[in-house]
Ligand binder design. Sequence first.
Ligand code: BTN
Length: 240
Amino acid sequence: LGKEIRYYPAITSTQESAHQWALAGAKEGSLVIADQQTTGRGRLGTSWVSPAGTGIWMSLILRPNALLKFASHFTLLAAVSVFEAIQSLSSYPIHIKWPNDLLINKKKVCGILTELKGEQDRVDYMVIGIGLNVKQNDQLPSHATSLEEAAGKQYIRAQVIAQILQRIELCYMEYVKEGFAPIRKRWEAGAQSFFGREVQAKTWNGVIKGIAEGLNDDGALIIRSEGEKRIIYSADIQMT
Ligand code: BTN
């Protein structure tokens, strides 16, 4: 992964650029990186603050031979890869929050946005956008933090990027060979502090409150709410 790279000092969003490149035939593993994004995008229509030189803003193009219904496996695969990459840099108390937020001391340090284009029932290409706050800066929202604040030391972004790409590649190869089971196990290990907790899931058709129980085979979240199992495919989750 990352053998072909397009680097921009400033860009609207690396996601946008990666979509254009993918539509023009970019190979699997192609990567768009920017130093600054002027209109970085987050999940569920939010924006992503991406000031110059303070973080890793990148979008990776994958072309998995997969059915659309398994698309969320790749989101979780990306989350667990970045989780393990960050863990290998320092021993932070880092946790995964479903589906793909990484938190240090309950503050968000990394967000992942997976977008895709399908061709009938299969994935044509997928763009995995990773936003990782590396340096503390005053534009960060109060619920966010950075690697450097958490670790009290400095990082060279290129080294962190290399670590993340290596990890995604390993997990991706593992997925192709063994399927979702091992990824799911490791994701659940990273999300231990999330399971068993009371959560609120804001979905498109209302709020579901309950206890986060685990993931199902599709990578959807299982919440036990008023004695019933509810399966959540997409939502904004708050831990109460
Ligand atoms: C989230 O809401 O948690 C997802 C945030 C994803 C941000 C990254 S930064 C690189 C890529 N380009 C974007 O515009 N968004 C993603």
